[in-house]
Design a protein around this ligand. Sequence first.
Ligand code: SF4
Ligand code: SF4
Length: 271
Amino acid sequence: MDAEKARDRLFQDIATFVEGNSLNLLPECDGIRIYDAPLLGVASAGDGLFEQFLAPEVIGPHHRLPGQWLTGARSVLSYFLPFSLPVRASNRGTGAPSEEWLYGRIGGEALNNAVRARLVEMVTELGGRAVAPALDPRYQVVDRKSNWSERHAGYAAGLGSFGLGRSFITARGSAGRMGSVITDLELPPTSRQVGPYGYCPQLTGGTCGECIPRCPVRAIEAEGKALGKCQSYLDFVRKKFAPRYGCGKCQTAVPCEAAIPSGGLGEGGSG
Ligand code: SF4
Ligand code: SF4
């Protein structure tokens, strides 16, 4: 099978896997769907961006290169799983996260892990090898910093750009979850349409900022996000609703909830 056909087959099979998966339903919330159809992209494992991510002002030297996860890595498959309308709409109020969001975040991550594992399996069926960093024993989070960033892999694969609240904005918005798999299959990369901040009008032209007042703890300001404040709030939510947690107020009832905001097509920033 040629590389383009292999890539298209992986994309199609993952969409079918998500569509028909029982994990994509929330029995605790009237059986609503967690995710709509995924967006998928591919970056070359040799893309110079992965080296750039090691700079302290981008991610840092703790971040691993694709080839450090998988010897002979050639491609990085990245995907975005957009939350469904019922999950997103439930969280558009202020204050505590909605029940659907809390359940969707945890149930959704179970499906996300199943997608990662299925992609590894599918690559094997195509005669390749693959590693899902988030499922790998070498995956680490130290001082809240992980050694593989799903959002940065998504940027490299052309899925979108970063937003003010450190969210990742795709053609289907920012409310969703991401994942990736590194493989030694040579798959044609998908093109990047924007610079690293191109879909966020606040970061390109100072003209949105609607996520700022959405944050219950004022962690987001016009210049960026105070990560510590956000994390402390998520810790508080986790204590209150364990084992569920989450917030997502900055990803709901905002122009980038489920689409690229209007005015958000510029080339922004450099890192
Ligand atoms: S709400 Fe506006 S400022 Fe905030 S991340 Fe989305 S597009 Fe950017
Ligand atoms: S997830 Fe919640 S606490 Fe964190 S920045 Fe967004 S709105 Fe604020």
